[in-house]
Write a protein that binds this ligand. Sequence first.
Ligand code: ATP
Length: 202
Amino acid sequence: MKIVALTGGIGSGKSIATQMLSSLGVPIVDLDVIAHTLTAAGGALVPQIATELGGEFITEEGALNRPLMRALIFTQPDARVKLNAIMHPAIFDEAVKQLAALETSTYVVLAIPLLQESQRYLPYIDHVLVIDCDESLQLARVMERSGLSAQEAQQIIDAQSSRQSRIAMADTIITNNAGLAEFEENIYQFHKNYINTCIVSK
Ligand code: ATP
């Protein structure tokens, strides 16, 4: 089994790319999905977060209160360190478990939003697929989807690793500057070529 890391900046089109690859039959292990599951109502990390960061960050339903926690870690770097120390090892363990269960697949997509900040995954990765789009489009898409102001959206983009450093890690770059039909075609071409490479190198 080969592992393709799928990454890209906020609003670049990662989720759409992941959905397209999934509908082509590629198994997906998505760190965002794992993070959400671990912190949803009844999630495995909720008790530890309550103990270490405070019960006020847990909703009545027993889930992590994301907006409240986001506000906290935005203003308190210590809280961010604490939360990361709880979240990152657990996400990693779960991702490795899910990958192990997919061992008989030809290739698996490991969706990692922030690859540069996720060094522990690098030894597992065979191929880095970066979804890239122009920053002006990224900004427009983030604003449209989330209702953030241009300044807020720009702040998030600026807090992420640079486009150049993402591109420097890429084995394949798929640009998402045009319409969805073209993007889908490029994803399909990648899938077809990559699966052939896997079969040839077996
Ligand atoms: P995030 O990092 O926030 O999870 P993402 O990289 O997963 O973002 P998507 O959610 O796939 O990005 O796309 C961001 C937004 O831009 C979505 O609302 C999506 O519908 C829109 N979008 C993405 N690609 C295109 C495109 N080629 N044409 C039009 N809209 C697009």
